[in-house]
Design a protein around this ligand. Structure first.
Ligand code: RNT
Ligand code: ZN
Length: 409
């Protein structure tokens, strides 16, 4: 189907495809660096995995150093239409030094900033509170030992400094997202004490006001090894974010398996200035599968557009699969997020809202279902063509060719 005929079909519904294509181009997605190396990082230390998150699989091509990771990212960005961001973790330093987490400085990340400036992408950042001997108990900021808490508070403070310098250097605020693994495998006696310690640590870590960076806090329901209680639960961080005016990060894998954060967006947005998403695909648990263009993603994109939330929501991705090409995972996963947004941007909103407001649920249902037959693919292809990105068999050929170049690693 040609774009012109698709455009005419959407126009019959009162939908302007050119406007949707233009709007989609301006939605940046923060692509997570950790899909490229299975969440290992480049610390030059014998790191441990942990925190209940781990990539599984051994597909060839894992990036083993920052140069390989950047090369893979450059390939991926070239296949993803639009201008996007990179979400770095503190464990992804680029230096010959071996600073511990409480010793990291901006200079350890400067090569990333130079690269980001050269490629025109923005940076986001994260303290790394896992894969470290001082996190082996799955307790960091909420640890009963003040010495351990202070170590992680210092780490967190340093990441805020680094994020602020990254934001200033690139002229675009850098989000520093805090996720800690803290929790208990079995039923704790004193949840309140643990939560009070987490709160106090966060207060200390975030005390200094900063410009050029934004703080975000990410909740979780449970993880491997913290089945009984996660200290930083959704309720904990929702309250914390509202009181302290930080961003709230909602990860799609961090709730009960039948909950979808799509429904939560409008609810929390009424009390928060800005939100951060970790778009992911849980399967039975927080498994972080690569995002598909499925109902969950479509529902979330629907809410972002319907609730006019794109202006206050930062879209980040969080998945890692080591059983498939890591670059293909980045490219297809990110494009799926964009495809979902495109479908939401192509809805006849006035008509749908009018039906709902009139309690005409028959029309709402019929229109919703008939819309599914419209030629979204032709509009997507046009969007890719206008932004120099391939589609279909051409894309597959390019993904395969790149994977072949990294398979010998
Ligand atoms: C873990 C959180 C967190 C991490 C990244 C690597 O469950 O989702 O966002 O995945 O920080
Ligand atoms: Zn996450």
């Amino acid at each position: 189907m040609s774009y012109e005929s698709a455009k005419a079909q959407f126009a019959d519904w009162g939908v302007d495809t050119d406007a949707a294509i233009k709007a989609l181009k301006d939605i940046p997605i923060s692509i997570h660096c950790w899909q490229g190396d299975d969440v290992v990082g480049f610390e030059n230390q014998t790191g441990t995995s942990g925190g209940g998150i781990q990539a599984t699989g051994n597909h060839p091509g894992r990036a083993r150093n920052p140069d390989e990771l950047r090369a893979d990212l450059e390939f991926a960005y070239a296949k993803i239409p639009g201008s996007h961001r990179l979400n770095l973790h503190a464990m992804y330093m680029d230096t010959d030094d071996t600073p511990d987490r409480d010793e990291i400085e901006y200079r350890h990340f400067a090569p990333w900033v130079d690269w980001a400036r050269g490629t025109g992408i923005g940076l986001d950042f994260n303290p790394t509170f896992f894969a470290h001997k001082k996190a082996d108990d799955n307790l960091t900021l909420a640890h009963p030992d003040k010495g351990i808490r202070d170590f992680w508070i210092e780490h967190g403070k340093r990441t805020r400094d680094i994020a602020a310098q990254m934001g200033a250097a690139l002229g675009s605020p850098c989000i520093n997202n805090i996720w800690v693994p803290d929790g208990f495998k079995d039923l704790p006696i004193d949840r309140m004490a643990a939560r009070a310690r987490l709160e106090a640590s966060l207060d200390t870590m975030l005390a200094e006001a900063k410009s050029d960076m934004l703080d975000a806090v990410e909740s979780k329901l449970f993880g491997i090894g913290v089945e009984a209680c996660t200290v930083g639960s959704h309720e904990f961080y929702m309250g914390y974010a509202i009181r302290n005016k930080t961003l709230l990060c909602l990860d799609m894998g961090h709730f009960h398996p039948t909950e979808n954060i799509a429904d939560k967006l409008s609810a929390v947005a009424l009390s928060l200035d800005e939100l951060l998403l970790h778009v992911s695909r849980p399967m039975r648990w927080d498994s972080d599968h690569v995002i598909m263009l499925n109902d969950d993603i479509l529902a979330m994109a629907h809410e972002l557009v319907s609730g006019d939330l794109l202006g206050k929501t930062h879209i980040g991705l969080d998945f890692f699969d080591a059983t498939i090409s890591r670059t293909a995972a980045w490219v297809i996963g990110t494009r799926n997020m964009q495809k979902a947004l495109l479908q939401a941007l192509l809805k006849p909103w006035d008509r749908l809202r009018a039906a709902e407001d009139a309690l005409d649920f028959t029309s709402r249902f019929v229109v919703t279902e008939e819309l599914k037959d419209l030629p979204y693919g032709a509009v997507w292809s046009e969007f890719c063509a206008r932004n120099g990105a391939p589609t279909g068999t051409e894309l597959i050929t390019e993904l395969d060719a790149y994977q072949a170049t990294v398979a010998g690693r």
